[in-house]
Design a binder for this molecule. Sequence first.
Ligand code: ATP
Ligand code: MG
Length: 384
Amino acid sequence: MKVLLLRFGELYLKGNNRNVFEGQLINNIKEMLKGEEYKFSKTFGRYVISNYDPSRETEIIDRLSKVFGLHSFSPAEEVDANVEEIAKQVLQSQVDNKTFKVIVKRADKNFPLKSMDFAASLGGKILQKFPDSSVDLYNPQLEINVDIRMNGKAYVYTSSIKGQGGLPLHTAGKGLLLLSGGIDSPVAGYLVSKRGLALEALHFHSYPYTSERAKEKVLNLAKILSSYIGEIKLHVVSFTKIQEAIHVNCKPEYMITIMRRIMMRIAEKLCEKNSLGAIVTGESLGQVASQTMQSMTVTGSVIKCLPVFRPCIAMDKEEIMAVANKIDTYETSILPYEDCCTVFLPKNPVIKPTIEKAQKEENHLDIDALVAEALETEEVVYIK
Ligand code: ATP
Ligand code: MG
């Protein structure tokens, strides 16, 4: 019987919490395969997906490849775990003219043959059936794997597809991703969700200074992210009034610092209201003036008691771009629509701001009123 054999990664490190992590992973797999017909079963160390429509296999594999916590999976043939059945299946492999290697893994130690002996005997049978083939243990063209499990079944397969790795979504709680239209923030969202953090997202727009298309682009980025993390609750908040107020009342070189401090305050308010436990940004150390150590100190200092996760902090732009390409957000991110941060952009933003000077500039503003007013513009869009 044709099946998909699923392996999970780090879960085995979880000791007593393992059940919680596994239960969540199984839920996530089922959520990802919603709408597909299939049977799910579990055996020690593996999950098995069977009874699916073979014409849907590519789609199912594509979806499984977006599940965090799955280490790898293989299209396999499931047979009864006895020597004859396994040999029969192994001999179905297309070995003509190829170099090959047989690898046997035995989770079930009651199986009568030792792994190495059984692999050698299977290899011998293949050589008999395909005289033009030969064994190459180091660099074979074909690797025939036999995985004998505890459920009385064995799985024969010749390829493995790498899964996402990481930890099951939702096992780390839920945070708020500050999602701009740039390259970095979608990558930041992907990276933390890969460690189990579910996400809502917050986008600031500066309509009418920023266009409808700029917002559209952010919706599209959220949609791509949602293919990994499921439906995203996206909070869209207008930043226009705030920017105008800062522009009129504060020193230009502190404009971005103050903007970012207000973004953080709004983010924290939304976290409180929606029970979210962390703020996530796409900042990368030294990338621009607002991402120096001093800038991040001054921006972070307005937050009362939430952690700010910055998973791109130590990544080069090139490395961030590579992830953006992998998760398919890059082409959307580089569309040239202006972001709210580019409106009224000062020529010389301060590189080493201080909290005192930022507070002095903020004394020219009614911060609480600006935050409250911005929160009133909030629109919520569910994206899937
Ligand atoms: P990105 O590529 O993610 O836009 P960036 O390198 O352009 O990042 P900044 O514009 O300084 O950097 O923004 C730093 C971070 O602040 C972003 O990664 C994002 O998390 C957040 N941010 C910036 N602009 C917005 C916005 N309009 N709405 C929501 N979050 C934003
Ligand atoms: Mg940006």
